[in-house]
Write a protein that binds this ligand. Sequence first.
Ligand code: DER
Length: 224
Amino acid sequence: EDKDFKKKLAGEKAAEFVKDGMVVGLGSGSTMYWTIKKIGEQVSEGIAIQGIPSSVQTANWAKEFGIPLTDFSKVKQVDLAIDGADEIDQNFDLIKGGGGSLVREKIIDSAAGQLIIAADDSKLVKALGAFPLPVEVVPFGYEIIKEKIARLGSEPVLRSQNGKAFVTDNGNYILDCLFSEITDPKKLHNLLKSMVGVVETGLFINMTDMVIIGKSTGTEILHK
Ligand code: DER
């Protein structure tokens, strides 16, 4: 399907920025599958890198493709992080978290010297918000947060899987909050983070250095 082709193009292109000796933050999602697969090929051709996975799924793919893994108990910095996104606006601010890995992604992405986002062209938007904003919350008392966010005019939905609440790698819940159009992402992020029990939001503000877009005609590299 065309979208998968675009994801593969963008994901593989991003791997070209991985250099020998790097500690690489490995993002999550179906676009990152292609990045991780490509990095695995680079490793088999002899470059020496270490990956820090942002999810169990990503760790499994990295192991499958032979990428040596490390963690923050062994390394104190990440040279380059590569990740996907659900929405990318004109300031390179992102909505992420569609795959439920936003907390570890944001920890890795914010620790990285450089963050590259790889995505198919459907992710580019004028304003963030058509995609429901994932908010990771502590399960205890999440109903109170849900009520508070509803009063902001959103419709928070507890993410579920197989009829039960979806539980993240960190043991938390996710509220998917539709805001439709987020005119001030930073303000909304800060407001949500100030609510007791909110762990993190899927708003990745002022973090992205480069965006690689997969299109039917190839890839396009966007710089801020
Ligand atoms: O959950 C996430 O943040 C993923 O990176 C997501 O935003 C992108 O997923 P996709 O590459 O499968 O579209």
